[in-house]
Design a protein around this ligand. Structure first.
Ligand code: DGJ
Length: 733
């Protein structure tokens, strides 16, 4: 049975609980268990109706918890499954409401629960109520049984007649029990996203959050790992809890450790400047918090999340997205039709499958010849492209390539017709400067008229040609000096309504264009979250295309997000962001970890380089199904030592692709670097073939070895110098 509802000691007398004026109906104490194949979340309904959490982690027999007393610890209320401000709870709240009379107290009591089974997903909805105010709360836990994933969200209904304010409404809360906790998360900046950090959690509250409004993942990502009873992150062993909030607005995830040994994790929409009003009769649904647990270290957590995302969360998660040439770093804003058709010819001759026309193709009164003008005016620039988009897109199709186009529909340059026609659509705070960032302003997506406009831009751009297969959706600045002319005095709604406005637009786009490929880009990886990924096919992980830098960015991304979403491009040297010079082979060997693309001007490649590009693209096409659908095993960490490796293995263990890199010179690399391969069947034999080389860096190249041998440390490719790299394809006999 997947969800157990265990009622202890039958025939027990149940007390009545009376507040000053309100009688709380008595309930039968019971244990509720949300279970997946290898994990259990155990909750207890107490005699007074309080809902406590007793366990989250490896599978346990739920019935044995029936006699367990509430753990009181630091709060007299005990460890509430979803703690609200009020009553005897004095810790960090998941729910904090201010009622019309100014009161801040909410006390939630169990009123019932329902369990529904929907093909591999078991949904448990637990209903709670505050008997003084009539507030109703549903805690919903969706258990993805085979993937060991639990999604939690909360629905709050104001059943009264008077309005209230949601000062905080988290998607979920989870309480852990261990001696030590190690928090791992990522931090970053533009061109330096997803930089990994780990820290031991001490007493007090640690918060990861974003207040950026848009571009909410440029610095922190709403995702984390908590390792139990260890001082360092272990890749393949140890107990690790992973979490990710599926939300594209401001977020806050807190980790509170008190004097006893519990750790409480609360994650959801950020309460920052968002005292959200809820009128009588209205309700609010939070985004999903994604939880998982693995006893197989960080690798186990990543694989759970990846499998779940591919099967249930990503838009078209079962699709293999095409290789491509993107025009940005090769042409920037300076091109003509001929520049593009020549790039398309070159892309075709390199074996690529799509050409993407990036920024710079639009604007006439304010031509988009730089980032200072034209945003908002989505008409084809007739000087650069007098033949129109359809001509270029059809040309790509005639060469056997798909065609993609760039838009940034949430933004506007002051120098644009749109800004002149609709100044009231710009996010602004009355009487204050509207700050520019990259010479642009943000449109107010809280306003339904702006939502209609943004939808209409997508709708009309895609109609520029029947040959448009892909749209790159960009978003290049955060919200500053926040204010919505549309919302009037309800400015507390702005951040939440903006994110929900974006989702409303995406719902409409996906209803009309379910199969168009859409990339989520935000100055690189400033919008990588499981909220966006319901609608988008992939992300642009970073504007930093330097192979070395990308190793770290892609490592951080891989902790929570599958390789299938990761646009990863080979660009020129010196790299335009870092000025670093890395070998072409190293750049390919890194870009082939994700959805491979090129982002350079091909006409500057030598004949030998062109030949090599062809070879790499063709080899990638031979194994990319493993990248898109396989299980990821990281072989160490790029933050430790001189060498790093990773591999993907098909679910049936019949094929694998292994990547090896030297990130710092180490004299031992010439001798051969031991990589203990993972995820292989020890008893099967695999033929090992290094890709894209005439002479291999491993003596065993071309031969077959057992999975046991390959996992023993005997696989030792030579990586003699900085940027030495190799890709091996393993196929079972
Ligand atoms: C930022 C993106 O990350 C780049 O890839 C490119 O599309 C530029 N914007 C275009 O302005």
């Amino acid at each position: 049975m997947v969800v157990a509802s265990v009622t202890p000691a039958q025939g027990r007398k149940v007390k009545k609980f009376v507040h000053q004026n309100v009688e709380i109906p008595s309930v039968e104490p019971r244990i509720l268990c949300v279970e997946t194949a290898n994990t259990s979340l155990v909750l207890a309904v107490r005699e007074n109706g309080a809902l406590h959490q007793l366990h989250y982690g490896s599978s346990v027999p739920a019935a044995e918890f029936a006699g367990m007393k509430p753990v009181i610890g630091r709060y007299s209320s005990g460890i509430l499954a979803y703690p609200a401000t009020g009553g005897r709870y004095l810790g960090e709240p998941a729910l904090h409401i201010q009622y019309a009379d100014g009161n801040h107290n909410t006390e939630l009591y169990y009123t019932g629960h329902k369990v529904e089974n929907r093909q591999g997903v078991v949904s448990t909805c637990i209903s709670l109520k505050d008997y003084v105010t009539g507030l109703e709360v549903n805690l919903v836990y969706d258990a993805y049984v085979q993937e060991d994933i639990i999604l939690q969200h909360v629905e709050v209904a104001n059943t009264g007649k008077t309005p209230l304010r949601l000062l905080n409404i988290a998607s979920g809360a989870l309480h852990l029990q261990a001696d030590k906790y190690l928090l791992s998360h990522v931090n970053g900046a533009w061109a330096k996203e997803m930089q990994f950090e780990s820290e031991a959690l001490t007493h007090g509250i640690k918060v990861i959050e974003s207040k950026r409004g848009t571009q909410t993942t440029q610095c922190e990502n709403p995702a984390f790992l908590v390792s139990l009873n260890t001082q360092e992150l272990q890749e393949e062993s140890g107990e690790v809890i992973g979490g990710a909030l599926a939300w594209s607005g401001n977020f806050r995830i807190s980790f509170e450790r008190g004097p006893e040994k519990h750790l409480s994790i609360i994650g959801g929409v950020s309460p920052f400047a968002s005292a959200y009003p809820l009128a009588g009769g209205e309700s609010f649904r939070t985004p999903d918090m994604v939880w998982t647990y693995s006893a197989n270290g960080a690798g186990g957590v990543s694989r759970n999340l990846h499998r779940w995302a591919l099967k249930y969360r990503l838009h078209n998660g079962d699709r293999i997205n095409p290789t491509l040439l993107n025009s940005w770093e090769g042409a920037y804003f300076t091109f003509t039709t001929q520049t593009l058709t020549r790039m398309i010819d070159d892309a075709a001759s390199m074996g690529l499958e799509m050409f993407v026309l990036d920024d710079g193709w639009f604007g006439n009164a304010f031509p988009r010849n730089g980032d200072n003008a034209g945003l908002g005016d989505w008409q084809v620039n007739s000087t650069k492209l007098p033949e129109g988009i359809d001509y270029v897109a059809s040309y790509a199709h005639s060469k056997g390539l798909k065609f993609g186009i760039w838009i940034e529909p949430e933004m506007v340059n002051p120098d644009s017709e749109l800004a002149h026609n609709h100044p009231e659509w710009v996010i602004q705070s009355q009487g204050r400067e509207i700050y520019q960032e990259r010479n642009q302003w943000v449109l107010d997506l809280a306003n339904p008229a702006v939502q209609d406009f943004v939808f209409s831009i997508f709708d009309s751009v895609i109609k520029l040609s029947p040959s448009i297969d892909y749209v790159k959706w960009d978003c290049n600045r955060p919200i500053e000096s926040a204010g919505s002319p549309y919302l009037g005095i309800e400015q507390d709604k702005l951040y939440i309504d903006y994110a929900q406005g974006l989702y409303k637009v995406m719902e409409r786009i996906r209803a009309k264009y379910p199969s168009v490929l859409i990339q989520c880009c935000s100055s690189g990886g400033a919008r990588v979250d499981y909220g966006q990924l319901q609608y988008f096919d992939e992300v642009w992980a970073s504007d930093d295309t330097d192979g070395l830098e990308r190793i770290f960015i892609q490592y951080g991304t891989s902790l929570w997000y599958p390789a299938a979403i990761m646009g990863s491009h080979v660009s020129t040297v010196p790299n335009h962001q870092s000025r670093n010079v890395t070998p072409l082979k190293f750049r390919f060997d890194v870009a082939c970890q994700g959805r491979l693309g090129l982002e350079l001007q091909p006409k500057y490649l030598s004949a030998d380089e062109m030949k090599f590009v062809n070879r790499c693209v063709s080899s990638y096409k031979g194994y990319r199904d493993i990248v898109f659908t396989g299980d990821l095993y990281r072989l160490g960490s790029p933050y430790e030592g001189s060498f790093y490796g990773q591999m993907y293995v098909t679910p049936d263990k019949s094929r694998a692709v292994v990547y090896c890199y030297c990130l710092h010179f180490d004299v031992l690399g010439g001798e051969g670097v031991p990589f203990r391969l993972r995820g292989l069947d020890p008893s099967r034999k695999y033929k090992v073939v290094e890709q894209n080389v005439d002479s291999s860096c491993w003596w065993g190249n071309g031969q077959s070895f057992s999975g046991a041998f390959l996992s023993s440390g005997a696989f030792k490719p030579a990586l003699p110098s900085l940027y030495s790299s190799a890709i091996f394809l393993l196929e079972a006999e």
